[in-house]
Design a protein around this ligand. Structure first.
Ligand SMILES: CC(=O)CC(=O)SCCNC(=O)CCNC(=O)[C@H](O)C(C)(C)COP(=O)(O)OP(=O)(O)OC[C@H]1O[C@@H](n2cnc3c(N)ncnc32)[C@H](O)[C@@H]1OP(=O)(O)O
Ligand SMILES: NC(=O)C1=CN([C@@H]2O[C@H](COP(=O)(O)OP(=O)(O)OC[C@H]3O[C@@H](n4cnc5c(N)ncnc54)[C@H](OP(=O)(O)O)[C@@H]3O)[C@@H](O)[C@H]2O)C=CC1
Length: 278
């Protein structure tokens, strides 16, 4: 299997790493060499950690040897499966899929790791809607079990089956759902994070207290504000916008504080500051 990943950010890097750990030949794209170097460094660190803990059967160098880093989309022509993990923006993703639809061999499957954008609409842009699907990994990809598999309106059974098999080969547990805004994972998770942000805005409690209440009281591994910082506040806002517009209900209105923090460039862990400093 030749496995393609577009985007070497936190999700793309993790997906490429796990695909290579499973023995696939992987090609990873980003728009600039410096983003590829940053992605490679994150993968190296993660592999070193897993190796140290005895959770890798091979050496990190052997796994890395199966990953090719490129800025040229033509390198994806012979991929069997390409997973896109670029910024959560429908117009930018659609433009990429128009290009991939022309470049990747006709039998290749195109998948999006989008958190919320309609799979059916990206499938249309790709020009191969039967061979298009949502393959939604969870962050951090090397540690999380789930892959949410989202069928678009025209996704074929064969495509769903192949993607399910690929997810299993990557040691993940695929769970299928249909294409509605936010799918299942973010329709349920994101309003909780948004509500925690609203609690900060209204002065209900300090961020540390909100996180502690949810960790100690509900046994969540991370408090909601730590998790929002971890996901990226820009991504959280983009998901809330999709839920709000797509479901048309004001209960999904993004918190004004979330909007303001994104405007201020406070994106969470990836920018060094969000609800906490890193
Ligand atoms: C937005 C979307 O569209 C969908 C989403 O993904 S939503 C986000 C979903 N993800 C979550 O909700 C994550 C919630 N958090 C967790 O489950 C846990 O905090 C966690 C699994 C991330 C970490 O587990 P933890 O029990 O808190 O332990 P923690 O000590 O932090 O980490 C465990 C070990 O894994 C390591 N680790 C963390 N990330 C790693 C990575 N990417 N690669 C390798 N090792 C990693 C840590 O360094 C740590 O190692 P040590 O024990 O040597 O320190
Ligand atoms: N963060 C999370 O917890 C999860 C995110 N997702 C989804 O995965 C996708 C990626 O998210 P994540 O990895 O967190 O984001 P990151 O910001 O870490 O990475 C996004 C990548 O896309 C690149 N990019 C940005 N703009 C463009 C563009 N115009 N054209 C091409 N590439 C671009 C970025 O480059 P640059 O460095 O320039 O920004 C970066 O390499 C999103 O769709 C997100 O919703 C899914 C599950 C969980």
């Amino acid at each position: 299997m030749k496995f393609g990943v577009i985007g070497a950010g936190q999700m793309g890097g993790g997906i490429a790493q796990v695909a290579a750990q499973s023995g696939f030949d992987v090609v990873v794209h980003d728009v600039k060499d410096e983003f590829l170097s940053r992605g490679r460094a994150t993968i190296e660190k993660s592999l070193a950690k897993l190796h140290e803990k005895g959770r890798l059967t091979e050496t990190p160098a052997e796994v890395l040897g199966r990953i090719k880093f490129t800025t040229d989309l033509q390198d994806f022509a012979d991929c069997d499966l390409v997973v896109e993990a670029i910024v959560e923006n429908e117009a930018i993703k659609a433009q990429l899929f128009r290009q991939l639809g022309e470049i990747v061999k006709p039998e290749g499957i195109l998948a999006s790791n989008t958190s919320s954008i309609p799979i059916t609409s990206l499938a249309t842009a790709s020009g191969r809607p039967e061979k298009f699907i949502g393959m939604h990994f969870m962050n951090p990809v090397p540690l999380m079990q789930l892959v949410e598999v989202i069928r678009g309106y025209s996704t074929s059974d064969e495509t769903a089956q192949k993607v399910t098999e690929a997810a299993r080969a990557m040691g993940k547990t695929p769970v299928e759902c249909n294409d509605y805004p936010g799918f299942v994972s973010n329709r349920i998770l994101m309003p909780m994070l948004n509500e925690a942000i609203q609690c900060v805005m209204e002065g209900v409690a300090e961020p540390e207290a909100i996180d502690q209440i949810m960790k100690l009281g509900m046994n969540h591994p991370m408090g909601p504000l730590t998790l929002a910082d971890f996901i990226g506040l820009d991504t959280c806002l983009a998901i809330m916008e999709v839920l709000h517009q797509g479901l048309g209900d004001d209960k999904y209105r993004p918190s004004p504080l979330l909007r303001k923090m994104v405007q201020a460039g406070l994106l969470g862990r990836k920018s060094g500051r969000g609800f906490y400093s890193y």
